[in-house]
Write a protein that binds this ligand. Sequence first.
Ligand code: ATP
Ligand code: MG
Length: 265
Amino acid sequence: MPARIVAVANQKGGVAKTTTTINLGASLALANQRILLVDLDPQANLTSGLGLKDQRAPAGTAYEALTSDEHDARDFVLATSVDHLSLIPADRDLTGAEIELVSLLARERRLARRLEALRDEYDFIFIDSPPSLGLLTLNALVAADSVLIPLNCEYFALEGIAELTATIERVRHALNPGLGLEGVLLTMYDDRTNLGQQVSANIREYFGDVVYRTVIPRNVRLGEAPSHGVPVILYDARSKGAEAYVALAHEFLARRAARASAAAP
Ligand code: ATP
Ligand code: MG
């Protein structure tokens, strides 16, 4: 089966898009899924969190993948320290892509075109997007089969969600009719506070069943792992953060299997 492409998106900053991309990706890779991660954020936190800061694939980075027409898509892929986990890296150059893309033909389909050529090599492709709804995030939404939305469990969690869902709706309408909602993930949850419980209840009420049962707790190990350049499961496999992302990977696969069998004739 060709890879399913999932955009991890929320234009709000610091909601754990990158943390989720790395750790869900790594947990799935350890479950023998072939995973490609795409760093589509000029901050390049995904790239540095995997210990690959400033490393370029043979043909360059996400910047060249988007702006040039040369090279095979495979030449933008780097191996990581985790088996079955690969990366299209980013660096600061990607800041310029947002502007340079404007003048290119089919500017919102540049990533889709690259990833189409890679679908047969992976089981899942996850795209980490920047905290904005600009042309980079648009490329992620056009390339994707579905969107995974991380929400941090704080008072303003749902702020901006109307804008994000309107953007998804517009993309579905004009550019990518098949775009689905993969799931909504509650992150940075603190069960010691009433606020956390209240916010998560609100989110479940707003989104219903698409919210994953697995909740990612606040856990310092998740914040520390990127400075060691590894997913949390390689840094402290017994931490609550690592356990939560392993549980999420299982729920993610179980849901996919359930949806696939529901869709089968
Ligand atoms: P941006 O919008 O800037 O790209 P983001 O949505 O990708 O941010 P992350 O970078 O993944 O968010 O997370 C923001 C910060 O919170 C990081 O320092 C990260 O290590 C930390 N963090 C993420 N999840 C957790 C968690 N569950 N517990 C504690 N710290 C966390
Ligand atoms: Mg990020």
